[in-house]
Design a protein around this ligand. Structure first.
Ligand SMILES: NC(=O)c1ccc[n+]([C@@H]2O[C@H](COP(=O)([O-])OP(=O)(O)OC[C@H]3O[C@@H](n4cnc5c(N)ncnc54)[C@H](OP(=O)(O)O)[C@@H]3O)[C@@H](O)[C@H]2O)c1
Length: 451
């Protein structure tokens, strides 16, 4: 692996890094590489424990794994940096089910997908790095290209996927429902996951928006999601977290008015520093939407709705950006404006939601389910990053060896924005190819750093 890293590092100082990286095409590919894995023989290790007590530091291991063969339409990428997504938390605590079930199912699709069904799962759904090899039939990408990878893996053999690739029956999330993910020195992707790395960002900055930025884009902006428009009021749960920190930026960038919900003064400050005027600290204001495990507190729904109106001068949210799930879904449906939209992509606090349907139908509200993004949406979201309109929200970066600790912090909601992971990159700050453009956005790029 050292010779690959050396070739990439030599390009750092070169006058034309892209030309210097082209020589990577001739380098031999190592037979194995280090990847962060969960193991099939450990899936019962947390049995009987509460989800919150299951510790990713115990189940995530750095392990040498054989390099997979590169198939048609695929690429092998030298991963300089990756990031923690909540799906790696789910994988590492084997909740709501073990991801080995996904690998098994994928392995049954074809001879090529059989490679994914292994007794270890290399996790991770984000990556920034350099293309090392491409498979048969690939024309758009070549060794030496500096790329980020989005996490939509599709077979696209079925007609159903050809209007919106998220509708492909063989749609999967790379590094979660497939193997050879991004928290590793090498990663195997389909080349239609690749996008140009934004030149003004370091490897770890470029690696962190991918999954959440694309998801928030589809959920909030795309015609497949809530189709946010100028002037909309958008209620954003977890507004300084992974998804929320991008949703907040999309709202501001698109002329909408975000109402940011967070759980500490530090997070409230981060939202204000992004440009949000309206912030609710749900912890400080002690909002409790459930009286007990079975009973929601509708007086709290009303208090929350009043609080939003206080801030907005009487407006209810046109859009509610949902992902906490069970704990907040009832109040989300309640506070959405008449004719408004609740758009959901997750259920962190529980997937059996309960809401009062009278508020939905009598007030003509809609609930939209949203999941990741198609290639076009991911590309457009990435282009906004490359243009300096949306910025990474990286708060810190851990070395690959400490991925467990990084996932633990996300699991405990002890992080801000995104937590990065240095894979092959020996230090932070490498990979910037457009320093002058970067200088214009330095403050925004670093907004979450050290938090
Ligand atoms: N379907 C998809 O394509 C997709 C894509 C990305 C993520 N997801 C899912 O979306 C969820 C969030 O992901 P993320 O990356 O944004 O995670 P994250 O970085 O942990 O941020 C989530 C935020 O939600 C807030 N939150 C957590 N529990 C809450 C609760 N009970 N009530 C109110 N707010 C709560 C927290 O903010 P405060 O404590 O500050 O309020 C937290 O910062 C995860 O379940 C993830 O798996 C789905």
């Amino acid at each position: 692996m050292q010779h690959i890293l050396e070739a990439i590092m030599q390009a750092e100082g070169a006058a034309n890094p892209s030309a210097a990286l082209a020589s990577i095409a001739g380098l031999p590919i190592p037979e194995s590489y280090r990847g962060m894995v969960v193991r099939a023989d450990e899936t019962a290790m947390f049995d009987g424990m509460e989800a919150r007590d299951k510790d990713p530091r115990k189940s995530l291991h750095l392990q040498e794994v054989p390099t997979p063969e590169v198939g048609p339409g695929e690429a092998l990428v030298a991963v300089m940096a990756s990031a923690i997504n909540y799906n790696t938390v789910w994988t590492s605590i084997f909740e709501p089910l073990s991801t080995f079930a996904f690998l098994k199912r994928y392995g049954r699709v074809s001879d090529l997908t059989k490679r994914h069904d292994l007794p270890y799962h290399v996790v991770g759904s984000d990556a920034a790095g350099v293309v090392l090899r491409v498979g048969a039939g690939v024309t758009k990408w070549k060794p030496g290209d500096q790329v980020v990878a989005h996490c939509l893996s599709v077979e696209l053999e079925d007609a159903a996927g050809h209007d919106d690739t998220m509708m492909d029956p063989q749609q999967r999330i790379w590094g979660f429902e497939t193997n050879f993910g991004g928290l590793a020195e090498l990663a195997l992707v389909k080349t239609n996951q690749l996008m140009p790395k934004p030149d003004h960002l370091s490897w770890e900055e470029a690696a962190c928006p991918g999954l959440v930025n694309s998801t928030a884009y589809r959920q909030l902006v795309s015609h497949h999601g809530a189709q946010m428009k100028q002037g909309d009021t958008v209620l954003i749960w977890g507004a300084s977290g992974g998804l929320g920190s991008y949703a907040t930026q999309f709202a501001l960038n698109g002329g909408a008015q975000p109402v940011c919900v967070v759980s500490s003064p530090e997070k409230a400050e981060l939202c204000r520093s992004m440009g949000a005027d309206f912030v609710i600290d749900r912890a400080a204001e002690d909002f409790r939407f459930w009286r007990d495990e079975h009973t929601q507190d509708t007086a709290e729904w009303k208090r929350f709705g009043e609080r939003i109106r206080d801030l907005t001068g009487g407006d209810d949210p046109d859009i509610v950006f949902e992902h906490p799930g069970r704990e907040t879904f009832g109040v989300s449906v309640f506070v959405a404006k008449r004719g408004g939209t609740v758009v959901t992509c997750a259920s962190t606090s529980g997937y059996l939601h309960q809401y009062d349907n009278r508020y939905l139908w009598m007030n003509l509200k809609r609930i939209i389910g949203s999941h990741f993004a198609n290639y076009r949406e991911a590309w457009e979201a990435n282009r906004l990053v490359a243009r300096g309109r949306i910025h990474p929200t990286l708060s810190k970066a851990y070395p690959l060896e400490q991925t467990g600790q990084a996932a633990y912090e996300v699991h405990r909601n002890a992080h801000q924005g995104k937590v990065g992971v240095l894979c092959l990159a020996p230090e932070e700050g490498l990979g910037v190819r457009a320093p002058e453009f970067r200088a214009r956005h330095e403050r925004a790029i670093n907004r979450f750093r050290g938090r």
